[in-house]
Design a protein around this ligand. Structure first.
Ligand SMILES: Cc1cc2nc3c(=O)[nH]c(=O)nc-3n(C[C@H](O)[C@H](O)[C@H](O)COP(=O)(O)O)c2cc1C
Length: 184
């Protein structure tokens, strides 16, 4: 697990290998088992492998979604606000569980942000995807996770790139840096 956490990078370039159904099932199992506030599980996951739909998803917003065009798989993570006041947190955790499961299965992935993003001046990215996939109105799309076998292996961040100064020990009063060895 730590290996995955320490070495994971977002993958935006995938090769053509199809993701077989048992693997898709394992990915979704991880998402469905994610923790959620009061165990409300306010999510639904729309699994997309149709190339035409993937191509349409890749233009859900002007920037940052194009990786979906050549991904073999995308999981649209949508939440039901009426089921939880913290549906964003719950769906975010589920999105990350999907990403970590992908790594564990030898796949790469990238989160594409949809919530608070626009397709164009007239339509939100959520509305665009809702129309495209006929998503019921009570669901709002938080993210789309693009998944596939990696075309390139991105290097893990080095120890030097880790910002230990973001870790505060006990209190901001008289701040002491805990990890001086790492910082030096
Ligand atoms: C909430 C959130 C939204 C993100 N949105 C996008 C996105 O729309 N498009 C994209 O290519 N990457 C997106 N990413 C991936 C980040 O750019 C990436 O995680 C960050 O640059 C760190 O790189 P790494 O994942 O390789 O460590 C998003 C990540 C998070 C957590």
């Amino acid at each position: 697990m730590l290996d995955i956490l320490y070495n994971r990078r977002s993958t935006r370039k995938f090769n053509d290998t199809k993701i077989e159904e048992p693997i898709i099932r394992q990915l979704l199992k991880a998402a469905l088992l994610s923790p959620s506030s009061k165990n409300s599980q306010p999510w639904e996951f729309i699994v997309v492998n149709d190339p035409e739909l993937l191509s349409q998803l890749s233009v859900a917003k002007p920037h940052g979604a194009c990786l979906l065009k050549h991904a073999p798989l995308a999981v649209v993570v949508a939440g039901d606000k009426s089921k939880s006041d913290v549906w964003i947190e719950d769906c975010s955790i589920a999105s990350v569980f999907l990403q970590l499961a992908a790594e564990a299965l030898g796949l790469g992935s990238c989160w594409v942000q949809i919530h608070h993003r626009y397709h164009d001046d007239d339509q939100t990215a959520n509305e665009f995807i809702g129309e495209l996939l006929h998503i019921p109105d009570h669901l709002e799309v938080l993210s789309v996770v693009g998944i596939g076998y990696k075309a390139v292996d991105r290097p893990a961040l080095s120890e030097k790139e880790i910002d230990w100064q973001k870790v505060i020990m006990n209190s901001y009063k008289g701040v002491s840096l805990l990890f001086t060895i790492v910082l030096s």
